[in-house]
Design a protein around this ligand. Structure first.
Ligand code: ATP
Ligand code: MG
Length: 417
């Protein structure tokens, strides 16, 4: 027999969860549109290369988390483990270099083979924002402002801190990299196995280690701020000034590095203490090196991704948009089916949410209508049909009134709460 559980780390979205997801997505869409971002939908799977080359072969995502398989034609493909690489690929495939700046937003499922726990799933959902083709700090400020607007419209701005860092321009990064290599090489024997690999390939990644032993070493590691050149300092200052200009609070966290390889300059996370250990709700940064890494011309980019499941836990009850309450049309007696169908059809044509009271005794059907949180029950019996009326029960007040069928939608639209 087939197993009836969902695969570990996946979940069904329905009921209250679905209402929360929908509310968040609608708010996201409206905020992103206000910044003139356009929707983009990229495929849920891409050639494995797209992610492997860009995310770097020391990232957790590439080394441990990708859902990769060979399809029937022998192609290596991977289920989307993050948005940016696919959007960058789409930017190049569609020849958008001549159309910059490109401002995109997207929403959909993301797949990572992780150890499932609270706030960590194998299929989860991200909302994503990217600005491509703007090397100036204004773009960093705008994507941060968009994130900040989103969080305040979700009613959770006050619980969230923006942590910010600069990973520097290529020159600063090389200087810092060398300092890290020197430092961690001296303490090589105490590094975790994963971090030993990172030491050779991408030492900055060690700062992102989740190993407790590494943390003690990281504490005393050189700090990136000491290696900033003038370009880096100037860029970072512009971002900070811009945020101050529009009243967005931040704290600088010079240990913040992003898990993926292609970032430079601004890196950031919006974090909360309300979700236990998985407290990052939005994360992103600047990725000016990405397109080149993928084999295209150098093109600047900056963006972020937000975790839907984590935001859905946090969202303020006040902003949740409940589903529209229906009207239940209830045929009473065999010969009122046809009229009931027509009435329901007319009401729907007038924009009213209508459910059918199908079959059963009337008392039971009224109970069901209450359970569906209906506003009105419209009872249609043979006697009513003869007189071209329906009995409309107001389920909140317990009152009822006979209404002419021709006036039914006007009555409902005028009297619903
Ligand atoms: P972590 O270091 O916690 O693994 P990450 O660097 O892998 O985070 P990102 O790739 O930056 O996370 O993803 C952006 C956001 O997507 C995260 O801040 C989080 O809200 C959400 N997210 C990431 N992984 C998961 C997951 N497995 N389940 C649910 N949400 C997730
Ligand atoms: Mg991760």
């Amino acid at each position: 027999m087939a197993r009836l559980q969902p695969v570990r780390g996946t979940h069904d979205i329905l009921g209250d969860k679905s209402v929360r997801f929908r509310t968040i997505f609608e708010i996201f869409k409206s905020v992103a549109s206000r910044y003139n971002h356009q929707e983009i939908d990229t495929p849920i799977f891409e050639f494995t290369e797209t992610f492997k080359r860009t995310l770097g072969d020391t990232s957790d995502v590439v080394t441990k988390e990708m859902y990769t398989f060979e399809d029937r034609g022998g192609e290596q493909v991977t289920l989307r483990p993050e948005y940016t690489a696919g959007i960058a690929r789409a930017f190049m495939s569609n020849g958008l270099h001549q159309s910059t700046p490109c401002k995109f937003y997207s929403y959909g499922p993301i797949f990572r083979y992780e150890r499932p726990q609270k706030g960590r799933m194998r299929q989860f959902h991200q909302m994503d924002v990217e600005i491509i083709g703007v090397p100036e700090a204004q773009a960093d400020i705008e994507v941060l402002a968009l994130a900040s607007d989103l969080l305040s419209e979700l009613g959770i701005g006050q619980h969230i801190t923006l942590e910010l860092n600069s990973l520097g321009d290529p020159e600063s990064r090389v200087l810092y990299r060398d300092a890290l290599v020197t430092y961690f090489t001296e303490h090589k024997s105490k590094l975790s196995e994963d971090s030993l690999k990172r030491l050779e390939k991408n030492p900055m990644r060690i700062l992102d280690s989740k190993d407790d032993g590494d943390h003690i070493l990281i504490e005393n590691a050189p700090r990136i701020g000491e290696y900033y050149n003038d370009v880096t300092k100037d860029f970072f200052t512009q971002v900070l000034r811009g945020l101050e200009e529009i009243g967005i609070d931040y704290v600088i966290n010079d240990r913040l590095v992003r898990g993926l390889d292609y970032y430079c300059h601004t890196a950031f996370e919006f974090t909360t203490d309300q979700l236990g250990s998985q407290g990052t709700v939005i994360a992103g940064g600047r990725y000016d090196g990405l397109m080149e890494m993928m084999g295209g011309p150098q093109t600047a980019g900056v963006g972020w991704a937000a975790g839907m499941e984590r935001l859905a836990e946090l969202i303020s009850e006040e902003v949740i948009v409940p589903p529209v309450r229906p009207v239940v049309v209830t045929p009473v007696g065999e010969n009122s089916q046809a009229t009931s169908l027509r009435v329901a059809h007319d009401l729907r044509a007038n924009g009213i949410v209508v459910d059918m009271g199908y079959k059963g005794n009337v008392g039971k059907r009224m109970k069901r209508a209450n359970k569906q949180n209906a506003v009105f029950a419209v009872l249609i019996g043979e006697d009513e049909i003869d007189r071209n009326v329906a009995m409309v029960k107001n389920l909140d007040q317990g009152s009822q009134e006979e209404i002419l069928l021709s006036e039914l939608s006007t009555y409902i639209l005028g009297n619903r709460p």
